[in-house]
Write a protein of this length. Sequence first.
Length: 150
Amino acid sequence: MRRFILLLSSNAGLGYFPIAPGTVGTLAGIPAFFLLAALPAPLYAVTWTALLFLSFWTAGEAGKIYGIVDDGRIVIDELVGYLVTVAFLPFSWSAALLGFIFFRIFDIAKPPPASWFDRKMKNGYGVVLDDVMAGLYGAAALRLTLWIIG
């Protein structure tokens, strides 16, 4: 079970990349976006919600295994956050790449309340929820940008 948790929490090992594991871990979101974009909106929402709860559990358990709540190798939260940024959009490379950039900017900057979750919730929920908030900011920026470049 330990290996399974570490495999999931690291997005199949992407979190072990020695440089910028969060950015590399977010890359798992692009093929996930490609697959999920074809789903009807309610099924996307159900699938994302299941992934959210899976990420709460795996992030929390991986943090216990590593001995660090928000260890850099835990990147399933980046996947969940990125999928918020691109949620309900049809797949396109412009949406995928702009979404990636916006999500990473907001994940690194952590504007409130993302910073609150990061600082105050030292468990799997906090690890994931700051990325969900970054994903919401990224979604707003992405949709505004796509509307402008129309």
